[in-house]
Design a protein around this ligand. Structure first.
Ligand code: AMP
Ligand code: TRP
Length: 349
C-alpha cells in the first residue's frame, strides 16, 4: 500500500482548437473520475508559451479550456479548476526538477523532437524542459493518478524518473526531516490511459493523430463545431470500401475504419466489440450517419454550454481565481518541504 492519498491531476494546454481527441482522451475522463477521486484540473498556460502565443488569443484560450472543463461536467466546487501561472509553486518546483532531470532523459522525448522539428537550434529552451514543468505540475500536489491520452505516456514515465531520483538523491535528508517514509517524498504517479479512444486519429488520415495544429479543419471535430459541421466532417471522413467486420481483429490494417469505430465506442461508453456486434456487415454509408447522430447528441450540448460560458468571462475568471487559491493551499506545504529537503533557507513569517 502506498503511503500517498490518491489524488488525480491533469492538464490541457490553452492553444486553441480543442477537439474530439482532447475530449475523449482526456476531458471526458476527467469528469468521470470526480465521483471516486479528489481531482485537480489545470489549464497549463505556462506550457502553452513554450511556442509563441498571441497574448490576447492566449487569454481567450485559457477561458475556453476552463469552459470546456465545466461544459464537460467537471464541477468547479468539488474539483479544483485553475490556470497554472496563478500558482507560483509550478515554476518553483520546475526549477528544482530541471536540476534533477538529466539532459539525456529530456533528449529522448519524442514530443520535443516532433515539436522542435528540423530546426532544433531555434526551439525555445522552455520547449526542451517542458517535461520537468509537467512533472512539477503533478508532484506539487503529490498527484498519484494522471488521466491523459496515449501521447503523454513518455512524459509520465519521465515524471516517475524525476520523482525516483529526487527521493533517492535526498533519501537521508527526507528521513532526517521526517518528511516521508519508505516511499519517499514524492509518489510514483500512475498514468490512466484507457478506453476506446486513447489516441483519436485524423478524420482525413487514420495513421495520423487528430491534432490542434492540423492545417485541415476537416481532420478534426472541434468542441465548438455546430451540428451541421460535425455531420459534414463525419460524412467526409476517410474510409475504405469494405463493410464493418464482426470483431476487432477485422479492424487491423484498417486505420480509418478502426478510428471511426473507436470514436463511436468512446462516445457511446461501450466497447469496440459491442459496436461491432451491432454494426457488423454495415457499409459506411449506414454507419457514418449513425456516428454523426451520436456525435451531435453528445457534443452539441457541450458546445452550447461553452458558448453560454463564453458570454460571461467574469464567471470563468472567478472560478479560476477560486481554484488557484485552493490549489495554492495544497501546494504551499509541499513546496516548503522541497525547500527544506534541498537545503534552501527560508524565513518563516
Ligand atoms: P494538449 O492539447 O496537447 O494539451 O492535450 C490535452 C490532452 O488531450 C492530453 O491528455 C492529450 O494526451 C490528449 N489528447 C490530445 N490529442 C489527442 C488525441 N488525438 N487522442 C487522444 N487524446 C488526445
Ligand atoms: N503535456 C500535456 C499535453 O500536452 C499537458 C500537461 C501539462 C499535463 N502538465 C500536465 C497533463 C500534467 C497531465 C498532467 O497534453
Amino acid at each position: 500500500m502506498s503511503a500517498f492519498e490518491p489524488r488525480v491531476f491533469s492538464g490541457v494546454q490553452p492553444t486553441g482548437n480543442l477537439h474530439l481527441g482532447n475530449y475523449l482522451g482526456a476531458i471526458k475522463r476527467f469528469a468521470a473520475l470526480q465521483d471516486t477521486h479528489n481531482c485537480i484540473y489545470c489549464v497549463v498556460d505556462m506550457h502553452a508559451i513554450t511556442v509563441w502565443q498571441d497574448p490576447a488569443a492566449l487569454q481567450a484560450a485559457i477561458r475556453e479550456v476552463a469552459s470546456a472543463y465545466i461544459a464537460a461536467g467537471i464541477d468547479p466546487k468539488g474539483s479544483i479548476i485553475f490556470n497554472q501561472s496563478q500558482v507560483a509553486g509550478h515554476a518553483e518546483l520546475a526549477w528544482v526538477f530541471n536540476c534533477i532531470a538529466r539532459m539525456g532523459w529530456l533528449n529522448r522525448m519524442t514530443q520535443f523532437k516532433e515539436k522542435a522539428g528540423k530546426n532544433r537550434e531555434n526551439a525555445s529552451a522552455g520547449l526542451f524542459v517542458y517535461p520537468s514543468l509537467m512533472a512539477a505540475d503533478i508532484l506539487l500536489y503529490k498527484g498519484t493518478h494522471v488521466p491523459v491520452g496515449e501521447d503523454q505516456k513518455q512524459h509520465l514515465e519521465l515524471t516517475r524518473d524525476i520523482a525516483a531520483k529526487f527521493n533517492n538523491d535526498y533519501a537521508e535528508r527526507i528521513a532526517e526531516l521526517g518528511l516521508g517514509g519508505e516511499d519517499g517524498y514524492f509518489p510514483m504517479t500512475e498514468p490512466l490511459i484507457s478506453g476506446a479512444a486513447t489516441r483519436v486519429m485524423s478524420l482525413r488520415d487514420g495513421t495520423k493523430k487528430m491534432s490542434k495544429s492540423d492545417p485541415s479543419d476537416l481532420a478534426r471535430i472541434n468542441l465548438t463545431d455546430d451540428a451541421d459541421t460535425i455531420a459534414k466532417k463525419i460524412r467526409k471522413a476517410k474510409t475504405d470500401t469494405e463493410p464493418l467486420p464482426g470483431d476487432a481483429d477485422g479492424l487491423k490494417e484498417r486505420p480509418d475504419a478502426a478510428n471511426l469505430v473507436g470514436i463511436y465506442a468512446a462516445l457511446a461508453d461501450v466497447s469496440v466489440a459491442d459496436v461491432l456486434k451491432d454494426h457488423a456487415g454495415a457499409q459506411f454509408s449506414a454507419f457514418k450517419p449513425a456516428l454523426a447522430d451520436l456525435a451531435v447528441a453528445k457534443l452539441a450540448p457541450i458546445a452550447d454550454e461553452m458558448r453560454r460560458l463564453k458570454a460571461d468571462p467574469g464567471f470563468i475568471e472567478g472560478i479560476l481565481a477560486d481554484g488557484a487559491g485552493r490549489a495554492d493551499a495544497i501546494a504551499r506545504p509541499v513546496m516548503q518541504g522541497v525547500k527544506d529537503i534541498v537545503g534552501f533557507l527560508t524565513t518563516r513569517k
